[in-house]
Design a protein around this ligand. Structure first.
Ligand code: FAD
Length: 474
């Protein structure tokens, strides 16, 4: 029977000693602790393969030793899915060294990259070719394309281009048995049976290890303009979205909503970011218009939209960024909300989605219920309204002990919010995934037949349960 030491020797033989890290020789904090510092596990070792064959060798060695694996990209996930448990028995399989660009096909508008490529590097590779890879999120300087696909990441351009799933045409995957599935197709049509690609995308490392992907590219817009609008209510924000979709059609590439308290935290904790129009309005909206004709056309369409919205009372006040720098400053405010929230203290995060039409009623009812049942509670409500996705977060009452508040109230707050989400036909995870953070509550909110089918898929693809156990399915 092999010992943990035998496995580490086998991994060193397969990858070279420099690419197998252990706690006695290395600081493993960056691999063992999650981004939000909600969990710190202990790894038996961190394996850092540099090729797909080496990934397969690691998977086979761990299978032979009966040891489970935790695939990890940039470790920026928000649901505790990419770090080991505290048993000290799991191997972290870091994909960061698999970071080569394999091919760019201009005529086919595709880019094939390895899983450890950082998202920003993928965007820059596309840009250098005069093309666009539109996936964009605040963690793009650290997260990897493998992690983005494993979590089916969303971000700020979903409204126009879709989630990571919609941006991927093919995958290369190492299966739980250590085989390699060569599925790097650049085909937009392929009806030859079950869509395995869609099975692995969003599976959070529980069904296979993504080692490379063929991604869709797009022509770059001729001009991109950003506007900031104050709106009198969430209903007005939803009505403005409808008007913007009607007037700008596919040009509407971003539509973000931010509540007044969320913006007050940015104004307080990130004073270098000057937040416009936030004090006197319950919500502000950030709109992005990407135009294939040019700046004058984009500005004309944007100004026409905002004038119509002002006339109808959907917008109380608005500014259109005059330069790229101003546009970036507005986006920094939106992206600064999670940081400002962290500066304010511990909080309870909810990444939820709802039919857009139900969002005003959901917010009215849930805001009121939370305030009634948990006096002093502060709501940090913001998100990708165009996708029906809210980050509906709950901050502890001002001046109190936030840690004690979380210990006492987190389960109650979660239940209250998730029950309301379910009542309005929504989902308890819009874009961050399930990880281990939401695995226990999934059975309360997921259709039981869907859960059984998911368990059957897991059993078929990973019968020994060695890939990221306890994640997604508890
Ligand atoms: C500041 C910030 C902003 C964010 N904003 C957004 C946002 O707007 N939209 C959004 O959707 N998400 C957002 N996220 C969370 C988002 O899920 C991650 O940033 C990203 O998609 C994860 O990529 P990663 O490489 O860091 O993956 P990791 O965190 O390393 O892993 C995430 C999950 O994927 C699995 N995994 C990783 N790589 C592989 C692989 N190659 N094969 C199989 N499984 C793998 C892991 O086991 C884990 O379950 C944000 C995170 C941060 C910190």
């Amino acid at each position: 029977m092999s010992t943990p030491g035998d496995l580490i020797d086998a991994l060193r033989a397969a990858l070279g000693a420099d690419h197998v890290l252990t706690a006695d020789r290395h600081d493993l904090t960056g691999f063992e602790q999650d981004w939000r510092r909600r969990a710190r596990g202990r790894a038996l070792a961190v394996a850092r393969p540099g090729t797909t064959d080496e990934v397969a060798a690691v998977v086979r060695a761990c299978a032979a030793a009966g040891v489970s694996l935790v695939p990890q990209g940039g470790n920026t996930g928000l649901v505790v899915g990419s770090v080991p448990d505290d048993s000290g028995q799991q191997v972290v399989l870091s994909l960061q060294r698999l970071n080569r660009v394999r091919a760019l096909d201009r005529a086919n508008l595709t880019l094939t990259v390895e899983a450890g490529c950082v998202l920003q590097a993928v965007q820059e590779t596309a840009e250098a070719a005069g093309l666009l890879f539109p996936l964009s999120l605040a963690a793009e300087g650290s997260c990897t394309i493998g992690g983005n696909l494993a979590t089916n990441a969303g971000g700020t351009q979903v409204l126009r281009y879709g989630n990571a799933r919609d941006l991927c045409l093919g995958l290369e995957v190492v299966t739980a048995s250590g085989d390699i599935w060569h599925g790097l197709s650049g085909l937009r049509k392929d009806n030859t049976g079950y869509d395995l690609r869609d099975l692995f995308i969003g599976s959070e490392g529980t069904l296979g290890v993504i080692t490379a992907a063929t991604l869709k590219l797009f022509p770059r817009p001729a001009a991109t303009l950003t506007a900031w609008a104050a709106v009198p209510s969430m209903q007005a924000a939803v009505d403005l979205l409808g008007l913007a979709q009607q007037r700008l059609a596919a040009g509407l590439t971003g539509f973000e909503v931010m509540g007044r308290f969320a913006l007050s935290l940015v104004a307080c904790h990130l004073p270098q970011l000057r937040v416009p129009l936030w004090q006197d309005h319950p919500y502000c909206v950030l709109l992005e218009n990407s135009d294939s004709e040019g700046e004058a056309h984009a500005r004309g369409a944007f100004e026409g939209l905002l004038e119509a919205a002002l006339e109808r009372g959907l917008v109380s006040d608005a500014v259109v960024a005059e330069s790229m720098a101003q546009a970036q400053a507005l986006w920094h405010i939106r992206e600064g909300i999670p940081l400002a929230q962290a500066e304010e203290g511990l909080n309870i995060k909810h990444d939820i989605s709802l039919p857009v039409s139900r969002i005003p009623a959901f917010c009215d009812e849930t805001d009121a219920r939370l305030s009634r049942e948990i006096p002093g509670v502060r709501l940090v409500n913001f998100g990708h309204l165009g996708d029906g996705n809210l980050h509906y977060n709950v901050q502890a009452p001002a001046g109190g002990d936030a840690r004690a508040f979380l210990a006492e109230q987190e389960a109650r707050v979660n239940q209250l919010v998730y029950d309301a989400v379910a009542a309005h036909g929504g989902s308890i995870s819009a874009e961050h995934g399930v990880g281990s953070l939401k695995a226990a509550c999934l059975p309360h909110y997921k259709d039981p037949v869907a859960l059984d089918l998911m368990r059957a898929v897991k059993a078929a693809l990973d019968p020994a349960g060695r890939l990221n156990p306890g994640r997604v399915l508890a």
